[in-house]
Design a protein around this ligand. Sequence first.
Ligand code: M6R
Length: 615
Amino acid sequence: MCGIVGYVGPQSALDVVVAGLRRLEYRGYDSAGVAVLADGGMAAAKKSGKLVNLEKELVDRPLPSGSTGIGHTRWATHGGPTDANAHPHLDNAGRVAVVHNGIIENFAELRAELAGRGHGLESETDTEVVAHLLAEEFSGCADLAESMRLVCRRLEGAFTLVAVHADEPDVVVGARRNSPLVVGVGDGEAFLASDVAAFIEHTRAAVELGQDQVVELRRDGVTVTGFDGRPAEVRSYHVDWDVSAAEKGGYDYFMLKEIAEQPKAVADTLLGRIDASGSLSLDEVRIPARVLKEVDKVVVVACGTAFHAGMIAKYAIEHWTRIPCEVELASEFRYRDPILDARTLVVAISQSGETMDTLMALRHARDQGARVLAICNTNGSTIPRESDAVLYTHAGPEVAVASTKAFLTQLVACYLVALYLAQVRGTKWADEIRAVVRDLARIPGEVERVLETMEPVRELARSLAAKDTVLFLGRHVGYPVALEGALKLKELAYMHAEGFAAGELKHGPIALIEEDLPVVVVVPSPRGRSVLYDKIVSNIQEIRARGARTIVIAEEGDEAVVPYADHLIRVPVTPTLLQPLVATVPLQVFACELATARGNEVDQPRNLAKSVTVE
Ligand code: M6R
């Protein structure tokens, strides 16, 4: 939540910062602002609403050009999305500017203290106190990095802070605690951002910042210390994401592009997983086999779409390994005193690697002695860094707030983890594992075929634009797919959309069925467990008898469902456990088209942000 950019170097800081904010706007879009150091002073501009409002403001009232600057795109926490609450926040003298992501929990106390010393604070934010505290500390030590260290030691909560001071015109200082911040190191220039997407057009050389660290950026390099002032070890890495991957590439929305990228994302995530001996090899999973053999419980923690991936993982893990698997919303996990020990394997799934709920859940798990394996899409992010092992998905940057390609690759990673556990523990033979990997290898082609047949789905979505409610039903792995279809529709189309386990219908939700209510039903393969299939066909008949308009997702060749489907969406034949990889795709397209038909912002749905870095 909130996108932050900082720059020092030979280019126009304003241009670099605004371009970076454009790439980070998915993180929050309630307001945006910039500050540049120029002519010995500070110049700032900020505007409520999307970045485009700020860009217009900068045309109407240009800022002087300078080579050091910071910027921010906001997802509001404290104080509404007004001009006054937009970042950067300045001290009373207008010499220091600061941008912030996170929540400063003790801000009220600090604010009262500052007011007592005569500071006038103008916004309702928690951030503004930092500008004033930095100004006070700077007046004593004349060193922005030292001032930041002193201030951070007084702050409680989660924060990324980036600041500039007019008296140190070639310096940008950043700090992080429980909130993302990465450093980009260029030739005679340096960058700070919430996410590498903000600077990959300038440099691929990145530096990770650890917990409770302060970084000082100068043109000729970066210095990292702890909040206590001790030099910190710096870990550099190369960003291999393509610049074009963070651009729309001719599509109207990032979401459309990301849906279309799914075949490649799945293929990339599968790449190189079978070694020369024919065994499944997950290099990054550096938890010794002897530990994995001892695991007596798997607990998956995740949020939103990643949680749905976890729900599907449960079916695969339990079926292939016979290890009991629980799936828990990360935001609930640590509050219920879960039973964990050294034999528990916790799998934390997160696209961004920064979701605070998931991070807190994994910390709790590690505190209890459990091993944590992260499934993550973002190299260098906090969740993999704090886990015992990581399996990276190779989806490339996902910019649209609604998760699509990350979901499919999370599923692939979950299947791989389940198979790996089965291999280590001997619950599946090598040839059985290879057979599943071969089935997975066919998925990119199958997803491609689904994508080629989506026009009727788009047409159907447009025809339903005036509806208020859509329900989604599924059984077994089709149940999380139903939940995911409903989540996509809620977040994009702002419609009442609910997913149910089809067997639960008769226990209440069937009362919702009325004439012409659209109900999407995810039908499992008739070649799988026939009892499961028969039951869901009965469920379709039950809702149809009560007037529902049935939208049936069924595999090619399943003719038995035809009489009960008002609309039939075909998906390729897959093994039962892998069906979510193809059945989810039409639901993504459906939600995207319905949102477009309702005139909604597809990539930036209201009230949401891509990376949820507050609890
Ligand atoms: O980055 P994460 O995978 O940890 O994010 C988890 C959820 O916030 C995320 O999946 C969210 O539900 C998506 N916007 C859904 O499309």
